[in-house]
Ligand binder design. Structure first.
Ligand SMILES: NC(=O)C1=CN([C@@H]2O[C@H](COP(=O)(O)OP(=O)(O)OC[C@H]3O[C@@H](n4cnc5c(N)ncnc54)[C@H](OP(=O)(O)O)[C@@H]3O)[C@@H](O)[C@H]2O)[C@@H](O)CC1
Ligand SMILES: Nc1ncnc2c1ncn2[C@@H]1O[C@H](COP(=O)(O)OP(=O)(O)O)[C@@H](O)[C@H]1O
Ligand SMILES: [K+]
Length: 551
């Protein structure tokens, strides 16, 4: 399981390690610098073969300290290294100052300015090390740092990105929210979606490297161990730490005995389950997908097929009579039941074997649809609310009050804004820069009293208790072609299918998000929503054999 940290959590872990007396700040800084050099050689293997030229930009804090270590280590390898410093190096914090002094024995330091940077033959280096600001970045970048970063981001037409390694973050990126803090002049990388080729971070990934603009600006991400695991795992500094946020990765889905605390489980009809005595279709649950009327049934049909493919034993579509012919003509495996109104829905749900429900895709926004949502919520059964069901809940406090802990809300940004306008306002207010999507979804889940999954390239899932997971389709798991009409309906169906098999709400949402992207990756560009459920057999086969992620 990969924990993902805020900047404050990282600082508290580091502080606990240093206070324990088992490691010094200077040792940590040395390991960090070594980690960066190691990652550079892994990214650019040819740099190992012969010394090159590097320009290192060092900031006024410990991120700058890491930069001085990198400069020294490269010089030890006979590189030609030019170092610029922002601010007076004599005012650096102690460990950074020690490394500044060590560097001075090998070379000089020039004050950072755009003019000096360009005069130093800036265009002719093989590597640019951005060590200006990391976890301590506290306000928008301005002055000479802004000018140089803007230049590096390509304002003058140069393309530095393929040669930039950022330590912890492209400087100016908020490691909590993933936003690039802007200034009156705008953010320095405005209009650019890449700043560095590689970002090297320590111990664990940070939220901002997965949320919002972070992944694009970071380029690639390398996480280097600097020996802090013990303090992280024992919850050092917990007092100031929020509940854990985990990154949904292949490892959290594939069974792995070493990760007993993994929040996710292997789907579904594996031999293990069958040996455990689950041999009948009802052992895998019976999902109900509520369909919209004639001409709007496609969304529910997609969800139904996804729920079945992910392993629900049975799936029934609850269909208004006017749409029955349309649905019947287009389905085979899912069953269908005519449900004219809320009374008929209540009647259908008296069957206790119908153990998970999906309502909202293609539903409609009329009073009869609100009554259907009300009926479903009153059963207390595990339920995915998506699309129109979310809009209905957003405008009706009575419905909202019926939400319960077995519900999963799956809004996109627009639906989230309708449901949680105040939280969304904080998220989109530039002044609340460190208020992140993680904070927003946690707050939303607490307010709604159920699991909330806020969709996007960076999908965030949280429970009212504060449990949180980020599932980001970025870096090696990017799947931009998933942004296609109907793909949200598939996600809702996947989650419902997992709920039917007994997954808890949070597990179902996180596993559903992972499978959704895995299906998109397996298919590749050209994907349309119908293709997604058809990828599930291959994806599940790899999950069950423990080979997931090797697309
Ligand atoms: N944590 C760990 O485990 C380890 C951490 N390590 C490294 O330390 C880094 C964290 O170091 P850090 O705390 O000193 O913060 P850092 O990012 O250098 O910035 C603080 C300085 O920048 C200044 N400043 C901020 N924003 C500014 C702005 N916009 N414009 C101008 N100035 C601005 C700020 O000034 P102040 O806000 O105090 O006025 C302060 O002087 C971390 O990213 C990693 O690289 C590793 O060595 C070992 C393990
Ligand atoms: N760039 C992206 N990379 C990966 N997934 C994405 C990206 N953009 C959107 N998605 C996913 O695509 C789905 C779109 O769902 P939604 O907005 O409900 O659309 P629709 O209503 O058309 O189905 C969500 O699961 C979302 O997380
Ligand atoms: K940096």
């Amino acid at each position: 399981m990969t924990e993902i940290l805020t900047a404050a959590q990282m600082r508290s872990i580091e502080q606990a390690a240093i206070e324990s007396g088992e490691v010094t700040g200077l040792e940590l800084m040395e390991r960090a610098g070594r980690g960066v050099v190691e990652a550079v050689f892994e990214e650019w293997p040819s740099y190992r073969l012969s010394p090159r030229r590097a320009i290192v930009l060092c900031g006024p804090g410990n991120n700058g300290g890491d930069g001085y270590v990198v400069a020294r280590l490269l010089r030890d390898l006979h590189w030609d290294v030019t170092v610029f410093s922002l601010g007076d190096p004599e005012k650096l914090p102690p460990d950074a100052k020690t490394n500044y002094r060590r560097w001075l024995a090998l070379g000089d330091v020039q004050p950072l300015s755009e003019r000096a940077f360009r005069a130093a033959g800036a265009g002719y280096a093989d590597l640019y090390v951005d060590a200006l600001f990391g976890t301590g970045m506290s306000r928008p970048v301005s002055g000479e740092a802004w000018s140089v970063l803007t230049h590096l981001a390509g304002r003058n037409g140069d393309d530095y990105a393929p040669y930039i390694v950022a330590i912890d973050a492209p400087s100016g990126l908020c490691l909590d929210s993933g936003r690039l803090l802007g200034t009156a002049n705008g953010s320095y990388a405005h209009g650019h979606n890449r700043f560095a080729a590689l970002t090297v971070t320590f111990d664990s990934p940070k939220q901002g490297q997965f949320l919002a603009d972070g992944p694009g600006l970071c380029g690639k991400l390398a996480v280097k161990d600097i020996g802090l695991r013990k303090w992280r795992e024992t919850g050092a500094g917990r007092a100031m730490r929020l509940p854990q946020t985990v990154l949904v990765t292949d490892r959290s889905v594939v069974p792995d005995r070493r990760h007993a605390l993994s929040p996710l489980r292997v789907p579904v009809k594996s031999e293990r389950n069958i040996h455990a005595g689950h041999t009948h279709k009802f052992s895998f649950g019976h999902g109900v997908i509520v369909s919209g009327g004639a001409g709007r049934t496609g969304a529910a049909r997609l969800a139904a097929r996804s729920a079945l493919r992910v392993g629900a034993g049975l799936v029934s579509l609850a269909v208004p009579p006017d749409a029955a012919a349309e649905v019947a003509a287009q389905i085979t495996a899912p069953m269908m039941r005519a449900v004219p109104d809320a009374g008929a829905m209540a009647e259908m749900l008296t069957d206790a074997r119908l153990n998970a429900i999906c309502i909202g895709p293609g539903l409609g926004l009329g009073p009869n649809h609100a009554a259907l949502v009300e009926t479903v919520l009153k059963t207390g059964r595990p339920t995915v609310l998506d699309a129109d069901a979310l809009s209905l809940v957003a405008r009706d406090d009575q419905l909202r009050n019926l939400l319960h802990q077995n519900c999963v809300l799956t809004p996109h940004n627009g639906e989230f804004k309708r449901l949680f306008p105040e939280i969304e306002a904080r998220l989109s207010t530039p002044s609340a820069q460190s208020f992140s999507k993680v904070d927003a979804v946690r707050a939303a889940a607490a307010e709604a009293g159920c699991t909330v999954l806020l969709k996007g390239r960076d999908t965030v899932i949280a429970t009212p208790q504060g449990q949180c997971a980020i599932h980001a389709a970025v870096y090696e798991r990017a799947a931009p072609w998933l942004a296609t009409a109907g793909s949200g309906d598939v996600l809702a169906g996947l989650i419902a299918g997992l709920l039917a098999q007994g997954y808890a709400a949070f597990e179902a949402a996180a596993t559903g998000a992972w499978l959704h992207v895995e299906c998109a990756r397996q298919f590749g560009p050209g994907l349309i929503a119908e293709d997604l459920p058809e990828q599930l057999p291959g994806v599940l086969r790899r999950v069950i054999s423990g080979e997931a992620g090797r697309v």
